[in-house]
Design a protein around this ligand. Structure first.
Ligand code: NDP
Length: 240
């Protein structure tokens, strides 16, 4: 095995699926993590392990990473991508949806960082890619808690990037706009869903997750002393 291990959370659909496939096609062994294991297994990627892991379960996430590392060697690329977008009118939203977004989008990302950070620091090599959003750069009225979770990702990423940079470890933030994925399935508020769909229509549609995946691969394959600190990618016609 000449290429190092890439770990992708939320690899069963959307951006995570596209990233897992593109890294696999580029010859990297991969560890795919999500709850819908049957979907990930159906990809039949070469040199790949699929594990049914909820990113909120720190112990299970770490165990899966260690298991893959025992076969493929240390993780060199960790994509903390798993996330949920329960967009809604904040005054009527079930607070359980707030809890879910906070647990998956913030603590889940921290769990992924925890699984690889110390080893990357000791090895003086590695790349952590954290999934934020354009909603981690500006706020939207019906994205309240979602925006909060993505601002969190921006904040901790910038902090950890500074902390790990003397150790030659890169921390990259991905901030996409409207990307084709299952994200709409998570919106339970009908008015928010209708407004979201109308906006997608207005801007001429979303863009394929393959573009995001390609940008992650491009940033990762830059020499280790070069970092794209943040990648902001949206449909050209997305105006806010
Ligand atoms: P999808 O809904 O298609 O993918 C979400 C992925 O996250 C799935 O693989 C899902 O797998 C996984 N996931 C969700 N909850 C958990 C959990 N508790 N444990 C493990 N895996 C989990 O949407 P996207 O591809 O769009 O989402 C990926 C990331 O991109 C998210 O962080 C999202 O916030 C972010 N993003 C998306 C944008 C878009 O327009 N699509 C724009 C900006 C950011 P499973 O259900 O099998 O566990």
């Amino acid at each position: 095995m000449t290429k190092p291990l890439a770990v992708i959370t939320g690899a069963s659909s959307g951006i995570g699926e596209a990233t897992a496939k593109i890294f696999s096609e580029a010859g990297y062994p991969t560890l795919l993590l999500a709850r819908r294991i049957e979907i990930m297994e159906s990809f039949k990627l070469k040199n790949s392990i699929c594990k049914k892991v909820d990113v909120r379960d720190r112990e299970a996430l770490v165990a899966a990473v260690r298991e893959a590392e025992a076969i493929y060697g240390p993780t060199d690329m960790m994509f903390n991508n798993a996330g949920v977008a329960r967009l809604a009118d904040i005054s009527t939203q079930d607070p359980n949806e707030w809890d879910e977004m906070i647990d998956v989008n913030t603590k889940g990302v921290m769990n992924g960082i925890y699984a690889v950070m110390s080893d990357m620091k000791a090895r003086k090599s590695g790349t952590i890619v954290n999934m934020s959003s354009i909603a981690g750069r500006k706020v939207y009225g019906d994205h309240t808690v979602y925006c909060g979770t993505k601002y969190f990702v921006h904040a901790i990423s910038e902090s950890i990037r500074g902390y790990l940079s003397p150790h030659n470890v890169r921390v990259i933030v991905m901030s996409p706009g409207n990307i084709e994925a299952e994200v709409l399935n998570g919106i339970t508020d009908p008015n928010t869903l209708a407004a979201y769909k109308a906006n997608i229509e207005r801007i001429g549609g979303r863009i394929s997750p393959e573009y995001v995946a390609k940008m992650i691969l491009f940033a990762y394959e830059m020499p280790q002393n070069v970092i794209m600190q943040e990648v902001v990618v949206t449909p050209t016609k997305q105006d806010y």
